[in-house]
Design a protein around this ligand. Structure first.
Ligand SMILES: Cc1cc2nc3c(=O)[nH]c(=O)nc-3n(C[C@H](O)[C@H](O)[C@H](O)COP(=O)(O)OP(=O)(O)OC[C@H]3O[C@@H](n4cnc5c(N)ncnc54)[C@H](O)[C@@H]3O)c2cc1C
Length: 457
């Protein structure tokens, strides 16, 4: 299907007001050429969007993938600029340059960390890296990780350029910029929610707009689907992306505990990421510490056609995380941050990636339909790019050939072609089903099971 870029004065509908959609709307608005409408099924930030969260990692450590490393470096500049803008308006910073500490073990770096350091140094950014020469050096720099080091996570480097962002605040920040620039927002379960795409009756492969849940049709010259993990449930994606549910838990450290002080000063950490999947954050201003697992995740196949669709706490209000995942968190943390064993898990959430087969985004004209662009396939690493991804998506909408348009083009991949490594690649082929009746480990954990007083789960 050939693609024609939009003309001056054209109306562009963006469905999805998360990271990809808002960043795109903002970048397009700067051109003052288009009439831009963003539709979302919820107020922004949508509570169950992947981008709605207390924090996300902003890291440039991408093994040997220089595309995302350079893109992160570009994003760093904008994160600092956003902090500056916010300081001028007396707003708290959105980006916190805490550093990212990548631990692995035993006694040597895993391939992922080796490859990250090599690539970063070769690109001339070696000054960001502090490599620790011994267990003792790690403990001296980060006494909070003494147990982790003694339990085998005894090699580490710190990337000082990285850190974390307050992702919900970042979403609000760019949303406000869009509003200032005249982007129109239509938000709500009925009037903002895409029910289906609208096609030209005379040419059924031509998209002419969208129909929302209230049955109204909204015509447009181009439609951009930036609906994150919901995308494959809305348009035929030919299995190029799949909604995968990923586990996150929080601990609330008691205000008077020494833990709170020491965990405030943590860098973002990754505990042998490519082999365990676990990562975590310093305690935030509300005393909350988040720990997540980056893995193949869970599927939630819908009855109609088996396509995995997000199942979130907006519709399933009592959902937590699968009990099997909770057991694994407790087991890992028992070695890595054993102080957490005495704490209740204060909340748990399954958050959804739009997972592509190779981990690259899928941002491209749709191969089956005219006038439709998809901007999805975030694969769990898109939020760090919120200040700049929209500029790259704008190029794709405008038909400009770039290294990004080439990397993210429609690819027709088979699962076995994945270039993901370790944990994520193995499990691509054998994902678990969320809440599967015959799998005890897939049922949701109860609040009682979150308690530290329940040692044997
Ligand atoms: C557990 C977890 C941890 C992560 N950690 C990191 C990290 O540390 N660093 C990092 O960079 N990235 C991270 N990510 C990835 C990051 O959150 C995503 O890359 C990013 O949020 C993707 O943005 P998006 O706009 O594609 O999707 P979303 O943010 O999910 O936005 C999609 C939007 O589409 C809307 N929508 C859906 N269906 C419809 C419809 N029918 N009609 C109208 N609107 C609709 C939704 O309401 C939502 O607002 C993580 C993701 C998860 C789940």
């Amino acid at each position: 299907m050939s693609y024609t870029p939009p003309n001056t004065g054209n109306k562009i509908i963006i469905v999805g007001g998360g990271c990809f959609g808002l960043s795109t709307a903002y970048a397009l608005s700067l051109k003052n050429m288009y009439d831009i409408y963003v539709y979302d099924r919820q107020e922004i930030p949508a509570p169950d969007a992947a981008s709605c969260d207390i924090n996300k990692i902003v890291r440039m450590d991408y093994a040997n993938d220089t595309l995302y490393m350079h893109l992160t470096v570009e994003a760093f500049h904008m994160w600092h600029q956003w902090n500056k803008e916010r300081a001028e308006s007396n707003l708290s910073p959105v980006f916190h340059q805490s550093g990212v500490l990548l631990l692995s073990g035993k006694d040597q770096f895993s391939d992922f960390e080796k490859s990250c350091m090599k690539t970063i140094r070769e690109a001339g950014y070696g000054h960001y890296i502090t490599e620790y020469k011994s267990s003792q050096e790690i403990i001296e720099a980060f006494p909070q990780f003494k147990n982790a080091v003694e339990n085998g996570f005894n090699t580490a480097y710190l990337n000082k350029a990285g850190g974390w962002c307050n992702s919900s605040e970042a979403v609000k920040h760019i949303y406000n910029k869009c509003v200032e620039n005249g982007v129109h927002f239509i938000l709500g379960q009925e009037n903002g929610c895409l029910e289906n795409l609208e096609y030209d009756p005379a040419s059924p492969d031509t998209v002419v707009g969208i129909k929302t849940k209230d049955k109204k049709i909204h015509y447009a010259d181009r439609v951009v689907l930036a609906t994150g993990s919901w995308t494959a449930g809305l348009v035929e994606m030919h299995k190029q992306v799949v909604a995968s549910g990923q586990q996150v838990i929080h601990f609330d450290a008691p205000p008077d505990a020494g833990l709170r002080k020491s965990w405030e000063n943590l860098p973002v950490w990754c505990g042998d990421l490519s082999n365990t999947g676990y990562y975590g954050f310093p305690i935030n201003a509300d005393g909350r510490m988040k720990i997540g697992k980056h893995s193949s995740g869970y599927l939630n196949p819908r009855e109609l056609d088996g396509v995995s669709v997000p199942r979130t706490q907006v519709t399933h209000t009592t959902d937590t995380v699968p009990i099997g995942a909770l057991r694994e968190f407790r087991q890992f943390l028992g070695k890595f941050l054993p102080e957490t064993s005495a704490l209740d898990v204060s909340c748990g959430r399954v958050c959804w990636y739009s997972d592509s087969i190779d981990g690259d985004f899928v941002i491209s004209p749709h191969p089956d339909y005219k006038n439709l662009i998809v901007a999805t396939g975030d694969s769990g690493h898109g939020l760090k790019f919120i200040p700049i991804i929209g500029f790259k998506i704008r190029d794709i909408i405008e038909g400009i050939d770039t290294q990004y348009s080439r990397a993210w083009k429609w690819r027709n991949m088979e699962t076995q072609d994945t270039k993901l490594d370790g944990l994520r690649a193995d499990a691509l082929l054998q994902r678990l089903i969320l809440d599967e009746p015959n799998n005890e480990a897939a049922r949701m954990a109860t609040i009682d099971e979150f308690k530290a007083s329940r040692p044997r789960l």
